[in-house]
Design a protein around this ligand. Structure first.
Ligand code: SF4
Ligand code: SF4
Length: 433
């Protein structure tokens, strides 16, 4: 007999919530939507009610879908409610309950099984994008305003996609870099899927920065997508398979650290052990992997970087929610920004408020995401920066969208922390590109 999907709900975890409401001011969807059902406390109650059969999983779906998964609520909760676990359990239950149409099922299988985990497919997609950008097709689409025929959620992000690297240059990119002085650490470099497709220049600069700081760096073969998109979409089994592939890939050499450049991916790598709660042998391997897995800012902050160049710019920092709330990396990126000579650092009033990117939330829930982005941009504008630094590809695109939305593109730009540091180290003109 098939198991009731409601059995997948983490009912026990909901009892840690004492209904105090301390999490409400931290929740972006509560701020922009203003209803209890779009708050952490409300969602926890709904999960509990669904587990008790008081509401259906169909009724639970919308509040769960509209949660960003930013986990700002966890960070302020006095009883340390495992909101992330409750949320993931609800996603799994809803997914098992849902009857997907054959077309939707085909689309999902295509993205989640055939695109994100396959480096060759992601690479082919990037090459096509490069052709579109460089052949004049993009200019033609702009001139004829053809791209305005696309849904707004696609055209907004099509306009701000970075110029991707040519296939030849991508092919020549080294997978190993020797340290520039006495080696301090041996580092495995986690490249990611979207990060490596759209932002491979940032990955490239990240590897060179680590080498400049005295690391031996290797982007090992056999690694794949971190599985975050799968896990956040209730596809736990697929996330497990991807986790196993990554763990195996980085076990082939004895690395001091496995470094990543995307806050969202890093959080997933950090939480791999949770995927194997019922599998002791893989859990031990996942724990060993997670213990070595860190964000690039954590390691760069410990290295002696050749920060020789002055950058006289007003700079603010938009932290990745998953870097802050899951990996608990808060100070290192700010410390690195401040270490660059000439920078006038201006911290946001509410840096922990999500920018509304949240994986593919800004595409799937475009209107809700833009309301959250507007709150973020009001905070950004109050600090009048010339540069917004981020630590995650999703936040980077969202901040670029915010800059366009506010008409600030003539004097404000969004860049990854790695680009700022690479510019300061004279590796490449990261800031001006
Ligand atoms: S802060 Fe924690 S305990 Fe209080 S309502 Fe929110 S989730 Fe529940
Ligand atoms: S994860 Fe973020 S959006 Fe979801 S309930 Fe918590 S604070 Fe709100």
């Amino acid at each position: 007999m098939n198991e009731d999907p409601r059995e997948k709900l983490d009912y026990d975890a909901t009892f840690s919530c004492i209904q105090c409401g301390s999490c409400l001011p931290a929740c972006p969807t509560y701020k922009t939507m203003g209803t209890e059902t779009q708050s952490p406390r409300g969602r926890i109650n709904l999960v509990k009610m669904a587990a008790e059969g008081k509401i259906t999983l169909d009724e639970l779906k919308e509040p769960i879908d509209l949660c960003l998964g930013c986990r700002a609520c966890e960070r302020v909760c006095p009883t340390h409610v495992a909101y992330g676990r409750i949320l993931e359990s609800a996603k799994v239950a809803i997914r098992e309950h849902e009857q997907l149409s054959p077309v939707k099922k085909f689309q999902e299988d295509l993205y989640y099984n055939q695109v994100f985990p396959k480096k060759n497919v992601m690479g082919a997609g990037t090459n096509l994008l490069w052709f579109y950008q460089k052949s004049g097709l993009r200019r033609l689409a702009e001139k004829t305003r053809l791209h305005h025929l696309l849904p707004e959620c696609i055209s907004t992000f099509e306009e701000i996609l970075p110029s991707v690297t040519s296939p030849v240059r991508r092919h020549r990119r080294p997978s190993r870099i020797a340290p520039k002085h006495t080696p301090r650490f041996k580092v495995g470099f986690f490249t990611g899927c979207i990060m490596d497709a759209l932002f491979d220049r940032i990955n490239d600069l990240g590897m060179r920065l680590l080498a400049a700081g005295g690391c031996t760096v290797a982007a090992v073969g056999g690694q794949t997508c971190c599985g975050a998109l799968h896990n956040h979409g209730g596809r736990t089994q697929q996330a497990r398979e991807l986790a196993k592939q990554n763990i195996k890939a980085f076990e082939t050499e004895s690395f001091d650290y496995v470094v990543n450049t995307a806050g969202g991916c890093g959080a997933m790598l950090h939480e791999y052990p949770e995927l194997f709660a019922d599998d002791p042998s893989w859990k031990a391997r996942a724990e060993a992997f997670a213990a070595r897995s860190i964000d690039i800012s954590e390691l760069l902050a410990r290295l002696d970087l050749p920060l020789q160049k002055e950058i006289r710019r007003r700079v603010t920092y938009q932290p990745s929610c998953h870097l802050t709330n899951v990996q608990k990396v808060v100070d290192e990126p700010k410390q690195l920004i401040r270490s660059v000579r000439g920078i006038d650092f201006r911290e946001l009033d509410n840096p922990d408020f999500c920018c509304g990117s949240a994986g593919i939330y800004n595409v799937v829930h475009f209107d809700e995401s833009m309301k959250i982005l507007d709150v973020k941009m009001a905070d950004v504008k109050a600090h009048d920066p010339e540069i917004i630094v981020t630590t995650n590809p999703g936040c980077l695109l969202q901040m670029k969208a915010g800059i366009e939305r506010e008409g600030l593109q003539d004097h404000v730009r969004a860049i990854h922390l790695i680009e700022l540091l690479a510019e300061a180290c004279g590796l490449e003109d990261g800031v001006k590109k």
